[in-house]
Each structure stands twice: as C-alpha cells, then as structure tokens.
Design a protein around this ligand. Structure first.
Ligand code: ADP
Ligand code: MG
Length: 343
C-alpha cells in the first residue's frame, strides 16, 4: 500500500494506532496515538518509544514468529492508571499496533467482585446467628421453654433481615436492568405522594412519626414508573422516620423547578425533610453507594440493608433525574429527587 494511503487510513481510526517499520522505528502514528504516547515517538526505535518491557517483549515475539500478539500498556495521569490491551498485527515486514482502553472493563470487574463480597458478608452474620440458635435449641436449650421463645424471636428477626436484603437486591437489579428503558406512564406526584403515604401508614405509626405534605407543584406530571416512584417515597420516608428520630416529623415538599441545568429543562422537585441528627459532610458523597452506612451497627440493628438510597438513585437516573442530599449535623437532612417535568 502506498505510504500516503496507509497514513490516511491510520489517521481515520479512532483507536490509538501506530505502525512499526521494517527498521523497527515508529513509521506512522495517528493523532490518538500521539496524544497517548507523545508526538516525539515518530522515527524512534519502538523500544525507546514504548519503553514498557511487557509490551516490547510482546512486540519482539510477534516480530520473531510473525504472528498476532496482545500486549499490555499502562499510563497514569498521577491520579489514576489507564490500562490498554495492545493488539499487535504483523503485515509484510511491519507491525500495526492498536491500543484498546480496558480500564472501564477492569473497573467493572472489580466492582462486581466487591459487590459479591459485600453481599456474602451481609448474609453471613444473620445466617451464622440462625444456625447457632438451631444448634442451641437442639442441644442445651432443648427443654427450656422460655429460652426457646426468645431464640425463635431472634431467629425470626435475623431471617427477616435476610429476606429484606434479598428483596432489596432484587429491586436493585430490576431497576438496573430497566435503566435504559424510559418509563412511559403519566404520573402526577400530587396524586402519587398521598397514595404512597397512606400505604406507609403502618410504618409511620410504628415509628410514632408524623408525615405532612406541602404541595406547590400545581399537579404537574412526569413520565414515570408509579411503582418505582412509590418505592422512592417509601425509602426516603422510611429513612427519615428511622434515622430522623427523636423528632419523628417528616415534611414532604413537592414543587416545580424553572429551567434546571442538571435536567436541561424544567423539573419537579420532591423533597423529604427530617429534623434528626443530620449527617456529617464527609459521608454525603458516598451515602448512595451500595451498602454504605453512616453508623453501620445502628443501621443494621434498625433493619437497614444499606441499599435503599442506591435504589433511589438508580430510579432517579432511570427517570432522567437526580438524587440530591443536603444535611447539617444537629439540624436534620433533606433528600431531594428532581425529575424532568412532562411538557
Ligand atoms: N434521613 C437520614 N438521616 C440520617 N442518616 C440517614 C438518613 N437517611 C439515610 N441515612 C444514612 O444513610 C445510610 C444509607 O441509607 P440507605 O441506603 O437507605 O440504607 P439503610 O438500609 O441503612 O437505610 C443509612 O444507613 C444511614 O446511616
Ligand atoms: Mg434505608
């Protein structure tokens, strides 16, 4: 192929791509490759230009046996590393190298591994408790009626905890699965919120709390999934009642938003406010991560799974909206979901 044509072909590729000539020098490099490796690489020997032994060894190997190889290349910008798979392909005396960024794929793998480790860890404690009490009921406490009642009570609580965890895991995976499918029902929060609150009445009474609604939205609608939006309200009100004590009064505000940059259009704001102890600022950025809890012991005692806000965040994203958290220690917290209004 003539040099000019080869150069424009390579230039047209989106991946960083370069050609090592028969003299082992870098003969061509497209602009993506020059961004990645610097423009001084042209004309240099590949060992000097690429410098990373694991990659230069793969190149040497490919030159020797005249077969394709995949090498690895790492860059760092001082804060984070980027990983590349480098596809090395011999063509009549030269080599074509293209760099595929695998950083995201590797991060996803790590996230998945963390997630499995977290779930196993969350299940292990209640499971160990249930197994332990079964043992005790069979052995030492066999004929002790009072102990049996107490142990069965604990076993029930632990089994319920596992059951809530499995429910929340399923919800999370359902929301994630649907995240690219936009919800299609026309929903008015002015109608949905009171409905959701009446469903929550037993929880509200159980917490000796009171929930009031302030609706200034004029009944405007969103495109939504009513079941998921009820879940948002349930999770946020549940948290406000659980962590917002001792003053169990919760205020839900619904209002409209003029043009909102985060939505790139007008919006509706649903906020749930409590007057509890609040949350220290350094926790806020991580609060909606899966299994993140401020006081993990207390949250677990209170029956939390650590997944509620992660579910809320994913539901907000599925609705092209956002979850915003404001909190001040000693004053309370406000959790807000903003959604694009239906035009
Ligand atoms: N209204 C609130 N006031 C204080 N802390 C809160 C509030 N809502 C949530 N949190 C904190 O955020 C953590 C994560 O909440 P969430 O994802 O719903 O999990 P959990 O299952 O523990 O309720 C909770 O464990 C709690 O520490
Ligand atoms: Mg919760």
């Amino acid at each position: 192929m003539n040099e000019f044509l080869a150069s424009s072909c390579i230039q047209a590729l989106p991946l960083p791509t370069l050609v090592i000539g028969a003299d082992r020098a870098i003969a061509l490099a497209n602009s993506a490759a020059q961004d990645l490796l610097g423009d001084q690489i042209l004309g240099r020997h590949y060992v000097a230009a690429l410098r990373q032994p694991s990659l230069t060894a793969a190149i040497e190997d490919s030159l020797r046996v005249r077969e394709d190889r995949i090498g690895h290349f790492t860059t760092t910008d001082g804060r984070a590393d980027s990983q590349y798979d480098v596809h090395i392909i011999p063509t009549d005396g030269r080599l074509v190298l293209s760099f595929v960024d695998t950083t995201n794929a590797q991060e996803l793998d790590a996230l998945r591994r963390d997630f499995v480790a977290n779930v196993s860890h969350e299940l292990r404690t209640p499971l160990a408790a249930v197994l332990g009490f079964i043992e005790t009921l069979r052995g030492p406490a066999k004929d002790d009626g009072a102990a049996r009642e107490r142990f069965l009570g604990i076993m029930e609580r632990e089994a319920n905890r596992m059951s809530r965890l499995v429910d929340d895991l399923l919800s999370l995976s359902r929301v994630e699965e649907a995240v690219r499918r936009r919800p299609t029902a026309v929903v008015s929060l002015s109608e949905l919120v009171p409905l959701a609150i009446s469903e929550l009445q037993p929880v509200i009474e159980g917490a000796h709390g009171a929930v009031s609604i302030e609706d200034q939205s004029g009944g405007c609608a969103v495109l939504g999934d009513p079941g998921q939006l009820r879940q948002v309200i349930g999770n946020l009100v549940g948290n406000a009642l659980r962590y917002g004590a001792p003053k169990g009064d919760v205020l839900i505000k619904i209002s409209t938003l003029a043009y909102e940059t985060r939505l790139r259009q007008n919006g509706v704001r649903l906020s749930v406010q409590d007057h509890g102890p609040g949350i220290a600022a350094h926790h806020l950025p991580r609060l909606a991560e899966r299994f993140y809890r401020v006081d993990s012991h207390r949250a677990q005692q209170d029956g939390g799974t650590g997944l509620g806000l992660a579910i809320v965040k994913h539901i907000a994203h599925r609705h092209r909206g956002h979850l915003l958290i404001e909190s001040e220690v000693g004053k309370g917290s406000t959790f807000t979901v903003i959604l694009p209004v239906l035009k």
